[in-house]
Design a protein. Structure first.
Length: 230
């Protein structure tokens, strides 16, 4: 089945951003004159995605106000407890509907090919329960620390350091029901998929910058300028 619904993760505290997130959620931090959230929505719109759900926890009214121009976006409220990516996705399933779901973090900027289109083109439901978009560790602008996965010749991925997860993926959601915790990361689901040999990766053809720290903002803006995205 072709993934048609997109989960946007917008609930986090953004603590690594320091004072920048004291009075605003991280998705509303500006990079090159546009918020990170709008950069993410640019990718969704360019890929023709019409079914979008965003989760909310930290300063949720700020995001609701910012998105008044987007009545097509539905919100999944995590006001009582922030559920992390896995728990947040599971709570949002009634809003997302059946079938595999596209997921996208809102703390990065992109150049080159559209990440959502890349994922959809590479998606093979006969072989895959999950597909993650990766960049080589040496091409992960703004990222600190080691990589996340190694990529095998057949496209399967396993925990390693050669490639970095970009925050974009496709997942079948049936396995979420078997996880007992309320609050958990999507890493739990990915580990189960990898153990069954059904977690795959594909490499982004373009630039990617992790905008998780204040120091990454000028790096992201330079990357966009150099790619002609002024």
């Amino acid at each position: 089945m072709r993934p048609e619904a997109l989960m946007l993760f917008t609930a986090g505290f953004g603590t690594r951003m320091g004072v920048l997130t004291k009075d605003r959620p991280k998705p509303l931090i500006a990079v090159a004159g546009r918020t990170l959230l709008d950069h993410a929505l640019d990718q969704a719109d360019a890929a023709g995605i019409r079914h979008i759900v965003a989760n909310l926890h930290y300063l949720p009214d700020h995001i609701r106000r910012h998105l008044t121009y987007r009545p097509d976006i539905v919100f999944s409220d995590e006001a009582e407890t922030i559920l992390e990516t896995g728990g947040g996705l599971r709570q949002a399933l009634p809003l997302l509907g059946p079938g595999p779901v596209l997921t996208l973090n809102t703390d990065a900027v992109w150049t080159g090919r559209n990440p959502i289109c890349e994922l959809r083109k590479a998606w093979n439901p006969g072989r895959m329960d999950g597909l993650l978009l990766l960049v080589p560790r040496e091409g992960a602008t703004g990222h600190t620390g080691p990589g996340d996965f190694d990529l095998d010749p057949d496209g399967r991925i396993r925990r390693g350091q050669s490639h970095v997860y970009t925050g974009a993926g496709i997942v079948r959601t049936e396995g979420l029901a078997a996880i007992g915790e309320e609050v958990f990361s999507l890493n739990r689901l990915w580990n189960d998929m990898a153990g069954a040999g059904r977690l795959y990766g594909t490499v982004h053809q373009g630039g990617w910058c992790d905008v998780g720290r204040p120091q990454s903002i000028p790096l992201a803006e330079r990357m966009l300028r150099e790619a002609g995205h002024d």
